[in-house]
Design a protein around this ligand. Structure first.
Ligand code: AMP
Length: 189
């Protein structure tokens, strides 16, 4: 398991180590064989939560995007404060049936079965620069679907940030093949 270079910032905070400490592994959830990365302890620690939000903002820079997309549900929690600090608007990408419409939909394959995500059809002005934020990048299918939705709705995805990347599932490579921008991950395991 790696948490990026071990170094302390000006406040003596080793952010990657703290984030790693605050993400709880839950074996066999929600299904046998899956190790669920529970970010609830991280969100409950104000230093870790603020550190993660600030680090995502620093990856891109205030004023560099017009909208920040959060993917339901844990992506919302990170994307909203990131949007606030970036000086950008927030746009939700939600599971099917949660938005009043009109919406655009994308259906994609999960490990078992499929899922559908939606975005408000009028979420973006033409050419809006968009940052997509989620908690965990696993196979990349969810973020890939979000990239497609943003493009169809008239936005241009200029950045992708996740708290944690599960490198063994190759989501990064999948998004490269989909011509997405480089993935920024605060932690890679
Ligand atoms: P994927 O589409 O395979 O990249 O899965 C990413 C989405 O599923 C994200 O929205 C995550 O919140 C969730 N997810 C997938 N795998 C995990 C995991 N091991 N722990 C926590 N969340 C996960």
């Amino acid at each position: 398991m790696t948490a990026g270079p071990a170094h302390d910032d000006a406040d003596g905070l080793d952010l990657p180590a703290l984030l790693l400490q605050r993400i709880r592994d839950v074996a066999d959830y929600p299904k046998p064989g899956i190790v669920f990365k529970d970010i609830a302890p991280l969100l409950a620690d104000h230093v870790a939560f603020a550190g993660a939000v600030d680090a995502i903002v620093a990856q891109h820079g205030r004023g560099t995007v017009d909208k920040v997309v959060g993917i339901e549900a844990r992506g919302f929690i990170l994307a909203a404060p990131v949007a606030y600090h970036m000086g950008a608007g927030f746009v939700p990408v939600r599971k099917q049936g949660k938005l009043p419409g009109p919406t655009l939909e994308a259906t994609y394959a999960l490990e078992y079965g499929e899922a559908t995500l939606e975005v408000p059809a009028d979420a973006f002005e033409a050419g809006d620069r968009v940052l997509v934020v989620d908690d965990v990048l696993a196979t990349g299918g969810t973020v890939e679907a979000a990239l497609g939705l943003v493009g169809r709705a008239g936005g241009t995805v200029v950045g992708i940030s996740v708290l944690m990347e599960l490198a063994f599932l190759s989501g990064r490579e999948r998004l490269e093949q989909a011509d997405g921008p480089r993935v920024h991950a605060l932690l890679t395991v």
